[in-house]
Ligand binder design. Structure first.
Ligand code: COA
Length: 314
């Protein structure tokens, strides 16, 4: 039996087209100042022709390269996405063929907490020795479901992908993970179609989502440190879901962690849903901030609501 699931490679990808806040202000009634002050977001990336699988493929190949393993050694692929390329087959199976893997592959849908749910699922496979090498990807083309005329949501979201390769380890890795769901909040944040006639768009009560996010994530961050007996000054980095700088800083404040120990990349790409945590992680691994042995806290919440946290020794 493997004792731990350990991240051995990270990768990410953002499509080249950038939409700045000023670009948005040309078509909707908003300003760069409002968006930066209320969210921290300065720009987002948007696909032109690329699919969710295309973004996932680029992020996955970068993670596999860093991990230094042969793609044929993968035992499982889990793709967290809310913007699957087709109703079926699973985008994960399209990705499997694109990267040349031959293992089982499935999609997991838990909106903005998708990466945390997927990583926790992969961890369980590894700890049960049902798999030893697992690729976990978060990839989104949210621009396809954003109502670009709705200023209360259009400014928030973007496209992108992030990936990790996990391996069984006897020494260290994921130390703790906890997931929650509460389906009462359907009308607070949803895409209103039901696949029948049309593609729907994101609808959100921003203020309500904001309060619930701060409340649930702060309590969960506290609980995570308490249950792992980790004093917050031992925590090296929070790698949060990148939705809003005010949510991120409220959670950090609650667990007495200064903002210079929080990885923030949302100014560059906005809320990329299931892709946002692995995007932030990969950025900070590649720029040298996150080092082997560091204690990392991942936390995030998404529609449902579903939320979760993971504590890792990297
Ligand atoms: N530009 C300018 N004004 C805007 C605007 C925009 N893009 N969007 C909304 N406003 C206006 C509102 O119409 C409102 O005007 P009013 O007071 O005249 O009615 C005012 O700004 C305040 O709106 P409010 O919704 O209370 O602002 P807020 O401080 O809550 O910020 C969000 C709005 C969406 C940024 C914030 O609620 C948020 O981030 N919520 C969480 C969203 C999220 O993270 N969702 C994903 C979870 S995974």
């Amino acid at each position: 039996m493997n004792k731990f699931a350990r991240i051995i490679g990270t990768g990410s990808y953002l499509p080249p087209t950038v939409i700045t806040n000023d670009d948005l202000a040309k078509t909707i009634n908003t300003t760069n100042e409002w968006i930066v002050a209320r969210t921290g977001i300065k720009q987002r990336h948007k696909v032109t022709n690329e699919t969710t699988c295309d973004l996932a493929e680029k992020a996955a190949n970068r993670a596999l390269e860093m991990a230094g393993i042969n793609v044929k050694d993968l035992d499982l692929i889990i793709l967290a996405t809310t913007t699957a390329d087709k109703i079926f087959p699973a985008t994960a199976t399209i990705l499997q063929t694109a990267i040349g893997a031959s293992c089982p592959a499935f999609d997991l849908q838990s909106v903005c907490s998708g990466f945390i749910f997927a990583l926790t699922t992969a961890e369980q496979y590894i700890k049960a020795s049902a798999a030893n090498k697992v690729l976990v990807v978060g990839s989104e083309t949210l621009s396809r479901i954003v109502n670009w005329n709705d200023r209360s949501t259009a400014v928030l979201f973007g496209d992108g992908a992030g990936a990790v390769v996990l391996s069984g380890s006897d020494n260290t890795g994921i130390l703790y993970s906890k997931l929650f769901s509460d389906g009462k909040y359907l009308s607070s944040l949803q895409v209103s179609n039901n696949y029948i006639n049309e593609v729907g768009f994101i609808e959100m009560s921003g203020n309500e989502v904001f309060k619930i996010a701060v409340n649930r994530l702060s309590s969960l961050a506290e609980k995570t440190l308490k249950e792992t007996n980790l004093n917050s000054n031992k925590l090296d980095w929070i790698v949060p879901h990148q939705a809003n700088i005010r949510i991120i800083s409220a959670v950090a404040k609650r667990i007495k962690t200064p903002m210079n120990k929080v990885i923030v990349t949302l100014e560059n790409h906005g809320n990329t849903s299931a892709a946002s945590i692995p995007l932030a992680l990969d950025t900070a691994v590649r720029d040298g901030r996150i080092k082997r042995g560091d204690y990392l806290l991942f936390e995030g919440i998404g529609a449902g609501f579903s939320w979760g946290s993971i504590l890792i020794q990297f």
